[in-house]
Write a protein that binds this ligand. Sequence first.
Ligand SMILES: Nc1ncnc2c1ncn2[C@@H]1O[C@H](COP(=O)(O)OP(=O)(O)O)[C@@H](O)[C@H]1O
Ligand SMILES: [Mg+2]
Length: 430
Amino acid sequence: MSAATTLPAVGGAPLGGYELLCELASGGMATVYVARPGPGVPGAAAGHALVALKCLHPHLWRKPGFVEMFLDEARLSAQIRHPSVVSALDVGGDREEGYFLAMPYVEGADLGTLQRSARSRGQRMTPPVVVRIVLDTLAGLQAAHGLRDRQGLPLGLVHRDVSPHNLMIGVDGITRLTDFGVAKARGRLAETEAGMIKGKLSYMAPEQASGKEVDHRSDLFAMGIVLWEALARQRLFYREDPSDCFRRLLFAPIPRLGDLESRLTPFDAVIAKALAREPGQRFGSAAEFARALERAAVRAGGVADRASVARVVEALAAEKLSHERDVLRHYDLGGAPERAPAAASGGPLSPASMHSGSRLRPYTAPPMAPDSHDPCERSTTRRRRRPKLPKQRRLSRLALLAILATAGALWAASQSPGSEAAPSAEAAPE
Ligand SMILES: Nc1ncnc2c1ncn2[C@@H]1O[C@H](COP(=O)(O)OP(=O)(O)O)[C@@H](O)[C@H]1O
Ligand SMILES: [Mg+2]
């Protein structure tokens, strides 16, 4: 039997019961599509008329380390139920047909895309909008860091890849943390895979970049970089040469935001604590970081409401959204996907029509992100793909999920309790 070597075509036969409608992004490991779940698949059963389907690149289907990492991502993120986290709905696949991960489709754009768009238009996201985006993300991070196993023991989850391209900002104004592809947690199957790039160098805490032990405070350092860059509207540690970037992460002084723009002065104390090189001097939890940020924001224009963030997304991602809406209209799916606060709950779309008629206008992909040139970053590119149509087979995802769940439970059970202190879950700072 000859194995498939490509993903199904957009609009072609479904993959694991999901019909690919439109490419959203393509990165080092996977391509992400908007997809329509067929009847009975878990994505549809969960009430979603549309999902984002992350598909592992074909050349990785037979590489166990990558496959395990990919399946781990689904297993971990499926456990986090929070409005500011994109959690997996379904996972499946095999080495013949390819592997996929289904998650709620977020109509919107990632922060990296919004920042690039703002730069190219000579516009800016105001500090109150930036603060709302970061507060939402911190609430999602708090939920992720506080994740516990069935025995109630902390999993010690560390995302390890907190960066603008992994923050999805919806047209509902809610920011959601996504991409747990390199997250670390007790019980993670692919945890010790050597030689893989885990995160983006220019968003790494010093201990992470130096290969030392990481914990939830490493994510808070990364969040500090995201906050500084979004307010300053420039990169902080990034340099084309990775060794330069590494040196800067460890030693470069952090430019004061107040020196760049006086109204940003109240944020400097928050940034200084978030970006302390010594983890013990950082915030102890995402919730603590959020409280300090909210206090600082009071003296710097306040915190934008969700409607304001939504307007920014509509304006800065107009072309992307318009393309996606055209595609969905073509499939009679032209509504508003995932606007409900609970990302994991059912979307408000009406049932999908199974008919399609006229041809779609071609998609003009946006240019590659400037930070995609960083050789140390698993950045997302947006190349257009036109893969061939392979023979299809339904995938045994239920069996796969059961195996993953069992393996995870066995691993978790084999770990000693309390080996890693995670912060307690606290209310989202909203
Ligand atoms: N649930 C989603 N809804 C809409 N777009 C998404 C979703 N998840 C990811 N994306 C888009 O796809 C890009 C890549 O997804 P990600 O999971 O981060 O993959 P990678 O491992 O390649 O970085 C994101 O930066 C975002 O633009
Ligand atoms: Mg990503």
